[in-house]
Design a protein around this ligand. Sequence first.
Ligand code: NDP
Ligand code: 8X3
Length: 250
Amino acid sequence: MKTVLITGATSGFGKAMAEKFASHNNNVIITGRRADRLEALAKDLIATYKVQVHSLVFDVRDRKAVFSAIEQLPPAFKKIDILINNAGLALGRDYFEDAETEDWEIMLDTNVKGVMYVTKAVLPGMIERKQGHIINMGSIAGKEVYEKGNGYCASKYALDALSQSMRVDLVRHKIKVTAIHPGAAETEFSMVRFKGNTAAADKMYEGYQPLSAADVADVVYYTATLPAHVCINDLVLTCLAQANSFYLNK
Ligand code: NDP
Ligand code: 8X3
């Protein structure tokens, strides 16, 4: 039984990962900004899987809130074995000259700086125990850029670099760092990206079978349950129809 902290567990991949890890008898710390969703998920996981669940409500962009939440974890949840930096988002799908500068700031603050803050807050315990696994949710948008992807691609390229950098810096502490880069997956991601425009969001998943949140959770769980001496450093996964970030065979 391990303790797994999953950021962005109110929806999509994070929620599916919380279910996956809990269903295999792990205790989970679930985080996000929407307290009502965390509360409902915690109740459900405790009732269904009889594991321990702790919810933390914070915005990953708020450095003070991140450190304070992690510092105040109850003793039973202080020893975090696996950190999954999953919270993230895309905002807008426009040519560079039309994109909103505020959207760029939110994406970079969330997808890059948020990962840095949460990881730095969780690391001391892992370093002390010389054991831990950090899993960063990248994207194929961090492997190849696509048209109108500017700010989001930049944030996921930065996260790719950060994951490599963490791996190099943390290997001497025996901490694993895995970066997982999914392709198109049907979650609330596109509703967020298109700011509530359901038609635009639905169009992203028309004409092919995208990944599901459960597909991604299965792969993350696999990387987290390998023998102690084995680490998947970098993993790209897409649905069958998708060859890379800009070639989709509908
Ligand atoms: P969802 O929109 O379904 O979930 C995103 C999660 O991130 C929510 O739980 C949300 O919680 C949380 N989140 C967003 N911003 C913040 C913030 N500032 N502070 C705290 N939590 C935040 O999307 P997905 O599950 O699809 O996305 C999860 C990750 O996977 C993201 O990093 C995304 O970039 C990446 N990804 C997604 C792909 C896809 O096609 N769906 C493909 C490749 C990568 P709340 O709003 O409650 O704070
Ligand atoms: C989400 C996948 O292709 O929309 O990271 O960028 S994509």
